[in-house]
Ligand binder design. Structure first.
Ligand SMILES: [Zn+2]
Length: 291
């Protein structure tokens, strides 16, 4: 069923787990993620990122995500990830997305606050929740030479976060504490005490971006420090690519395209299930270690 971000994160806050939020720029990832969440019985978030507009525009993928969320057996939130352009944010709200992230993190603080306030006001008219970001989460992944040790100045400052949340009245806050988008070239050093301090100062749910590629142990630490939404994509897409590539090599002759589609869906389901078990703490059974 289609759910609001605030409802899904409220239960995560109460029961101290994190909700997995996956970018789904194709039908295979939508099906894989929803199958995984239904099998585990946990809530989940489907996300369309503004950066994926080139892969598939929101006009096409948005209604599919919403349709699939409505027919799911678990609560599913449909979210716009890293929305920077106001027309796209409004388009998502009009389509029926239940939450949006406004990303003004690269703007000067005052401008970020002003824009976020405008988005919150607009979102209230559509009954949509808003996530925003303070601090800068590295966008280049581990693909550049920035060492995690030199990134501290980009991390979220707890007092600034408190002020930002009070001024903007957002529903969830993305914080920078050592994670990065994309592929990690070195093991991230996460600043959990910073997350604990932010979570002590502000009462809204905290979001981890660049969640894929982090160790299972670090997910558990992040969750116990106060993280309630974990954004996940790169390593799921990479895993499916590897699986499909392996199957293609094993296949005798040229396979049908629908077989490739099924391999991709199955791989993403398997991968999403592995991490959702950790995020939602439905991990009483054995799962294989870090992926
Ligand atoms: Zn992100």
């Amino acid at each position: 069923m289609l759910a609001k971000l605030s409802d899904v994160l409220e239960s995560a806050q109460r029961e101290e787990f994190a909700v997995g939020a996956f970018n789904t720029p194709n039908l295979e990832s939508i099906l894989g993620v929803l199958n995984a969440a239904e099998e585990l019985g946990c809530p989940v978030i489907l996300m369309h990122a503004e950066v994926h507009e080139d892969l598939i525009p929101i006009d096409i993928i948005g209604p599919i995500m919403l349709y699939m969320a409505k027919r799911a057996k678990v609560p599913v939130c449909v979210h716009l990830d890293h929305g920077e352009s106001i027309p796209l944010l409004e388009k998502a709200m009009k389509l029926g997305f239940t939450s949006v992230m406004y990303d003004g993190s690269l703007l000067p603080y005052e401008e970020n606050v002003e824009n976020t306030k405008k988005i919150v006001q607009m979102a209230r008219n559509y009954n949509v929740s808003v996530e925003a970001e303070i601090g800068i989460i590295n966008r280049e992944g581990g693909q550049n030479e920035i060492s995690f040790k030199t990134m501290e100045h980009m991390y979220t400052d707890p007092m600034t976060a408190k002020l930002f949340v009070e001024s903007t009245q957002i529903d969830a806050l993305a914080c920078a504490f050592g994670t990065a988008h994309g592929i990690y070239k070195e093991k991230p050093l996460l600043d959990f005490s910073r997350v604990k301090e932010i979570s002590r100062l502000i009462k809204i749910p905290l979001v981890m971006h660049g969640g894929s590629g982090v160790s299972f142990d670090d997910y558990r630490k992040a969750i116990s420090s106060g993280i309630r939404k974990i954004n996940y994509y790169t390593y799921m897409a990479k895993y499916a690519g590897e699986k499909v590539s392996g199957k293609l090599q094993e296949a005798k002759g040229i396979p049908y395209y629908h077989d490739i589609f099924s391999w991709g869906t199955e791989a993403m389901e398997e991968h999403a299930k592995d991490v959702l078990r950790v995020f939602s703490k439905t991990s009483r059974w054995n799962y294989h270690d870090d992926i």
